[in-house]
Design a protein around this ligand. Structure first.
Ligand SMILES: Nc1ncnc2c1ncn2[C@@H]1O[C@H](COP(=O)(O)OP(=O)(O)OP(=O)(O)O)[C@@H](O)[C@H]1O
Length: 367
């Protein structure tokens, strides 16, 4: 046996419905190094009889059932670092509305899919400012503060890597980290944002409008990777930002699977432009554009495209793209939509005289 299992030990066994089930060993018989183990679920409702050579031990100090409350803020404090114990620790914290858990220097975030403004309020930012990690409960702001302090103390560039599957919360997390940097500075923690800081935050609605789309997994899925640099001057004040973009999903422009949309900006533009500007661009409703209606979901629940359009335009103005320039961008976008409505069909040359075709056309229709 990999671990010492004895009567009364608490362990995990795989369960089809729950993933893992907390159990207690009630009896063990050793038969030629094969262990016959009797187990009972923690709620006492199910008994099991299994033959095995090893079991995943649960943490002796921690209760097994999900409805019990004790857990750790850092997974490295678990005495048994096996998969079920790690998952259970995160799950128990999540049920207590603690979406963040440390695993050493890494912060694990579980997407709550519900707003909690207090969790990211200015008051919270102040709570984490100048604090060492571990002084407050696990949070994105503690990671941001760590990077900020290391930069100041060691005068070295710092990186925060945000990773996870689609819909896990990377975009939202990165925005809160940026907001932290924009709100906190070396001397005071509650200052008005500078123009540069506002401009840096304004990149978010712009990037999302042009690079995010509704997918089956996420109503606001980033269809590109980004590397963002936040630049500080010698007084530790944000003096600029640089964004590099990787692998934009270009095919989405011409094709969207069922229940997905094209990039938000197209729908925003149609909902948000004034009638006058729309008629200048010859824009019609979303249902008239092949590039916008293939997925069959022109609207996203709880999203007002017209309001989002206003936010996008405000953000564009803030970063220095004036209304005329914005209109030129919308013109290009409208042009793309019209290209999408061009249908290319096969034609027969019967009845047409080849002599009337231009040289290029002759090449397209060989005899
Ligand atoms: N901390 C959070 N609090 C509340 N809701 C959240 C949080 N993080 C994410 N969400 C919700 O989950 C949704 C998906 O998150 P997000 O867009 O950040 O995922 P993502 O990892 O960037 O996905 P993708 O890789 O598809 O771009 C958000 O639109 C938001 O509704």
């Amino acid at each position: 046996m990999a671990t010492l299992i004895e009567k009364g030990s608490r362990c995990w066994i795989p369960d089809e419905k729950e993933g893992w089930l907390g159990v207690e060993v009630t009896n063990i018989t050793n038969n030629n190094n094969k262990y016959q183990i009797e187990l009972i679920s923690e709620d006492g409702e199910r008994t099991f009889n299994i033959e095995t050579s090893s079991l995943d031990e649960s943490n002796p100090d921690l209760p097994l059932p999900r409805n019990q409350v004790e857990t750790v803020e850092d997974l490295t404090e678990l005495s048994h670092l096996n998969e079920p114990s790690v998952l259970n620790a995160i799950r128990v914290r999540y049920t207590m509305f603690n979406i963040y858990t440390y695993s050493g220097i890494v912060l694990i975030a579980i997407n709550p899919f519900q707003r909690n403004d207090e969790l990211y309020s200015p008051h919270r930012i102040q709570r984490y400012a100048s604090k060492k990690r571990g002084e407050e409960e696990p949070h994105l702001f503690a990671i941001a503060e760590d990077a900020y302090r290391f930069m100041i103390n060691y005068k070295q560039n710092q990186s925060i890597v945000v990773s996870g599957e689609s819909g896990s919360g990377k975009t939202v997390s990165a925005k809160f980290i940026m907001r932290y940097f924009a709100s906190v500075d070396s001397d005071e923690h509650d200052h008005d944002m500078s123009e540069t800081e506002k401009q840096m935050l304004a990149t978010n609605p712009i990037m999302e409008s042009f690079g995010n789309a509704k997918t089956t997994r996420n109503d606001n899925s980033s269809r590109f990777g980004k590397y963002m640099e936040i630049l500080f001057d010698k007084d530790i004040v944000i003096c600029g930002a640089r964004i590099r973009i990787y692998l934009l999903e270009r095919s989405r422009l011409v094709f969207q699977p069922k229940t997905e949309r094209n990039y938000h900006i197209f729908y925003q533009m149609i909902e948000g432009l004034s009638e006058e500007k729309k008629s200048q661009l010859g824009l019609m409703g979303v249902e008239n554009f092949f590039y916008l209606n293939q997925g069959g979901v022109p609207k996203i629940d709880n999203v007002d495209d017209a309001k989002e359009f206003k936010d996008t335009c405000d953000a564009l103005s803030l970063v220095g793209i004036n209304e005329d320039q914005q209109f030129q961008i919308f013109k290009v976008l409208a042009g793309l939509l019209y290209i999408g409505n061009i249908q290319i069909t096969k034609i027969s040359l019967n009845g047409l005289s080849r002599s009337k075709l231009l040289p290029d056309q002759k090449r397209l229709f060989p005899t």
